[in-house]
Design a binder for this molecule. Structure first.
Ligand code: HEM
Length: 521
């Protein structure tokens, strides 16, 4: 569940002035006094005002750039005091390593906005559970059993079929027409995720159900990006001033209804001995569940109606669909303004996939230039990893109090000219031929210069799936179609907006034309 990482921070800064004023009167003084006592005085950082700290100076839509500029003024570790939180921003690989590896157990939790908690079965899914045996057991099932490369290989045909169907739909409905690239990518990503998850049985798929799930997922990500004053001022949470908690509860019930109905239908099918057309991830999960899991997880998923069991399904179905689609939109934006790179991608696709076929799984391993494009997109368009100090500790020689939120500013690290040659240039070549013994920059977070999926025990649990989806969907969109900007537009707009992730401020609109070399022609 990637989208929750920084929304708490945004909530803090962009709630309406009116609500903020009330909130400040009620609780800010109390918090500020508490934090004054606990703030490490010697750590550099911009000066704020009494009571409200630095909050009035934060620019919610541009925090990634503002935090990077502040690092230039205050160094690679600095503090920002807000009424309710001490933020510590770190912007170097060495300090990221200190937080995510050397002090891993101290920084094992991440800030969880109230809406995210409600939507995640009350904080019972992998992304929101606190570090402990429940989290470890469920994460093991998710990563080792259900989202392992082996399991994802098992259901590759389901993904291929869904992507091919989506590509045919674009051909039928959008050729020659201005199209929102994010929407096209989002549909392909959600449909193929759901196909892998529960598309192997009878009755679970279906266009209407997928459309309903897509709509709910879209609403979830909108809600997560909405400021909630209760996150900034927990004392006010019980009043739910903006109704965010109520909305989250309604949406959570809707998602739960859909997930429960899929499980029931599948269990009914099995009882009726209909069997599986082809094995999907739900089936793999049911087999783990039926086997009782191991000692650490057996009781957690003893029942298929337990929140833990359903939370695992939610993690897969909604964990990263929005982010994956958003990165595909950024990749196409970059390619439309880097003609040479686009030509190389398309040449590779023509060479590996060939003129008469559609993309399939075995092509993916050979598309090394396309994979480099995806890595370069992740370098330039992801912004932060957030963790909370579970106990007092020291980072970079400064003491950090319990409860402080530490932000690893990957936006700054990924664009640091000391670390990357021509850091603002889109140059996928930097990820090619890295070293002989495996890639220097993988998605696993072993190199702290490149952290798109975080690092350590809480590194993204869905990174295998995310990598396959990004590569597969992007490759299919580029192999089948030539995307052109509408007449009169020479270059796509690059303005962005900080939110749970860095999204495009203006959606990319492009026109797909059928490529003569595509398998659809
Ligand atoms: C390109 C898409 C994605 C990006 C950029 C992304 C990024 C991230 C990041 C940065 C984290 C926090 C890591 C940390 O704190 O060190 C995370 C956590 C997580 N992600 Fe992803 N993610 C993506 C896709 C996915 C997908 C497809 C899934 C589901 C299958 C998923 C499931 C999770 C889960 C469950 C966690 C919490 C892990 C834990 O706390 O143990 N993500 N993701």
């Amino acid at each position: 569940m990637a989208t929750f990482l920084v929304s708490l921070l945004k909530d803090e800064t962009s709630a309406s002035l009116f609500t903020i004023s009330i909130a400040i009167l009620v609780s800010a003084g109390l918090y500020f006094l508490t934090y004054l006592r606990r703030t490490p005085n010697s750590m550099p950082g911009p000066r704020g005002l009494p009571i409200v700290g630095y909050m009035p100076f934060l620019r919610p839509n541009h925090l990634h750039r503002q935090f990077t500029a502040l690092a230039q003024a205050h160094g690679p570790i600095y503090k920002i005091q807000t009424p309710s939180k001490l933020l510590v921003v770190v912007s170097s690989p060495a300090l990221a390593r200190e937080v995510l590896r050397a002090n891993e157990s101290t920084f094992s939790a991440r800030p969880t906005p109230i809406a995210v908690k409600i939507l995640g079965y009350g904080g019972m899914e992998v992304g929101t559970l606190p570090w402990g045996p429940d989290w470890a057991g469920l994460r093991k099932i998710l990563v080792r059993d259900v989202l392992s490369n082996r399991a994802l290989d098992t259901c590759h045909a389901l993904r291929e079929r869904a992507v091919a169907a989506g590509i045919r739909e674009i051909r039928a409905e959008s050729i020659g027409k201005p199209t929102r690239v994010f929407d096209a990518a989002f549909k392909l990503v959600v449909d193929s995720t759901l196909a892998m998850l529960w598309g192997g049985g009878d009755g679970e798929g279906g266009a209407d159900f997928a459309a309903e799930y897509r709509e709910a997922t879209r609403e979830v990500s909108q809600l997560m990006g909405r400021p909630n004053v209760s996150d900034a001022f927990p004392l006010l949470a019980r009043f739910d001033l903006q109704g965010v908690q109520r909305e989250a509860a309604v949406l959570a019930a809707r998602m739960d209804g859909m997930i429960s109905s899929v499980i029931e239908r599948r269990l009914g099918d099995l009882a009726g001995k209909k069997g599986m057309a082809s094995k999907d991830l739900l089936q793999i999960l049911l087999e783990v569940q039926g086997g009782g899991g191991d000692l650490s997880t057996g009781s957690l998923i003893a029942s298929t109606s337990s929140v833990h069991f359903k939370g695992l399904i939610l993690d897969i179905a909604s964990g990263g669909t929005n982010t994956t689609a958003m990165l595909i939109e950024w990749a196409i934006t970059e390619l439309l303004s880097n003609e040479e790179v686009m030509i190389k991608v398309v040449q590779e696709l023509d060479r590996i996939v060939g003129p008469k076929s559609l993309m399939d799984d075995h092509h993916l391993k050979e598309l090394s230039y396309l994979n480099a494009v995806v890595k370069e997109t992740c370098r330039l368009h992801l912004a932060m990893v957030a963790r909370v100090a579970g106990q007092p500790c020291t980072v970079g020689g400064y003491s950090i109090p319990k409860g402080a939120t530490v932000l690893i500013n990957t936006w700054a690290i990924h664009r640091d000219p000391q670390l990357w040659a021509d850091p603002l240039q889109f140059r996928p070549e930097r990820f090619l031929n890295e070293v002989e013994n495996g890639p220097r920059f993988s998605f696993t977070g072993s190199n702290f210069q490149y952290l798109p999926f975080g690092s350590g025990h809480r590194v993204c649990a869905g990174l295998n799936l995310a990598e396959r989806l990004m590569n597969h969907v992007l490759a299919s969109m580029l192999h089948s179609f030539e995307w052109k900007l509408p007449d009169g537009e020479e270059r796509p707009d690059f303005s962005d907006k900080f939110g749970p992730f860095v999204r495009k401020q203006k959606p990319l609109i492009a026109i797909p034309f059928l490529r003569p070399g595509s398998g659809l022609a």
